[in-house]
Design a protein around this ligand. Structure first.
Ligand code: ADP
Length: 403
């Protein structure tokens, strides 16, 4: 079975073709600057990577180009699109409607659209991706939607409600949803597998730390709390996102600086976090280098990030009344051994100890256990794979249709 995974952003379309007989990647690629120029990177695993500038006026045109690259010329990896058994779309916001992945139907599309107010940029873009796919491929090839929020749908109300009047939850569904669900799901299952124990008996803190970052408390296989909220802005500082801020600071700042709500959202999402504090870079590699060279603000930024992560780990251990394993993933979680050293160094009260030699070698897709045999909590570094989660759900739903 071959599955095409699509992740449509407002001006981008990421794709990956997988052969599900062995979950291998046949080809991946990215269309960028859709609607304002255009550029495609197409990367067949057994062929040559192609980069081209090409006018892409909308997602439909980008999808046409993807089909052309997959099926013709030097870049061809399949004879025609009939070889593709299904398409799996990544959707950021599933709200309270979607608790699991679903086959795309008219009703499902209407429901995703109804959630646009809760994730304006993301869900609108995903709908453009689904529409483009249907326009180009028709409706014969089954499509599945996999939500970033659905793994978090097991959170109890005491974790997902905000302390504002309940009527706003009832009226507008304002609550914590949580994101990066496919990643938290993948790494929590993977860590249980690595430990050789059923996930149903484990308490795990999953730390997805990248440009966007979130932690989840996964108790006995179910999320009971997570750091991201109504949108992926809540939690701890990220590349350019603020994480949690006292709401009064927002009101005060809005008045002082005469900012509109959309300017405020822009500032909190794009100009804050590690970029905002360091006034240097959102990229943790730059900040590590600058801090090593004596830049105090870069050092403070990294200190803040590590402190906030440590604080949430403590909160989630308390929420689960214990912890068996803590796992790091995401661009920073997988690659930054100094971050893991500092965070794990702050967990000595839990009996955590890590092997520094092993900690240093795990990066760039390599991972495993970094805790010592004496450590009371297992610590892992595991590369995440959100695409394989989308592909597996898509496969399961499509196989179910044939029965
Ligand atoms: P996204 O959330 O966009 O998927 P990633 O998970 O790819 O982001 O993470 C990107 C982050 O990973 C960047 O801040 C980058 O600096 C960081 N990163 C990548 N390699 C390293 C490394 N060797 N050391 C520290 N940070 C790294």
């Amino acid at each position: 079975m071959k599955i095409l995974i699509v992740n449509a952003g407002s001006s981008s379309l990421k794709y990956q073709l997988m052969d599900m007989t062995d979950e291998s990647i046949i080809c991946k690629g990215l269309c960028e600057r859709i609607g304002g120029g255009g550029r495609i990177v197409h990367d067949p695993i057994n062929g040559e990577k192609l980069k081209m500038e090409i006018e892409l006026k909308d997602h439909t045109q980008a999808f046409h180009e993807v089909v052309r690259l997959l099926t013709s010329g030097d870049t061809k990896v399949i004879e025609d699109m009939q070889e593709i058994d299904a398409v799996g779309h990544r959707i950021v916001q599933g709200g309270a409607i979607f608790k699991k992945s679903e086959l795309v139907t008219e009703q499902v599309m209407a429901d995703i659209e109804s959630l646009i107010p809760l994730a304006p940029l993301h869900n609108h873009a995903h709908m453009q991706g689904i529409r483009a796919c249907r326009e180009v491929l028709g409706t014969e090839i089954p499509e599945v939607v996999v939500f970033d929020t659905s793994f978090h749908s097991t959170m109890p109300p005491e974790a997902y409600l905000f302390g504002i009047p309940y009527k706003y939850y009832e009226k507008y569904a304002i609550r914590r949803y949580g994101f990066h669900g496919s990643s938290h799901r993948y790494i929590s299952a993977k860590v249980a597998e690595e430990m050789g124990r059923p996930i149903e008996e484990l308490k795990i803190v999953t730390c997805h730390i990248g440009n966007g970052s979130s932690l989840a408390a996964v108790k006995y296989g179910k999320v009971i709390d997570t750091t991201m909220g109504l949108t992926p802005l809540d939690g701890f500082i990220m590349g350019t996102r603020s994480g949690a801020v006292d709401p009064s600071a927002i009101c005060y700042l809005g008045e002082k600086e005469n900012m509109t709500w959309s300017q405020m959202a822009e500032m909190l999402n794009k100009e804050s976090g590690m970029l905002g504090i360091s006034e240097l870079s959102s990229d943790s590699r730059d900040l590590n280098d600058a801090a090593d060279a004596g830049n105090e603000r870069a050092a403070l930024t990294l200190k803040m990030q590590r402190y906030q992560i440590l604080k949430f780990i403590g909160a989630f251990v308390a929420a689960m009344d214990g912890v068996d394993a803590i796992v790091f993933t995401g661009g920073i979680g997988e690659n930054s051994d100094p971050l893991r050293t500092v965070v794990c160094g702050g967990l000595k009260y839990l009996g955590v100890s890590i092997n520094e030699e092993v900690n240093k070698i795990y990066r760039k897709g390599k991972g495993g256990e970094i805790s010592t045999p004496e450590s009371k909590v297992k610590i892992y570094v595991l590369p995440t794979d959100e695409e394989v989660v989308i592909a597996r759900d898509t496969k399961a739903i499509v196989e179910g249709l044939k029965k």
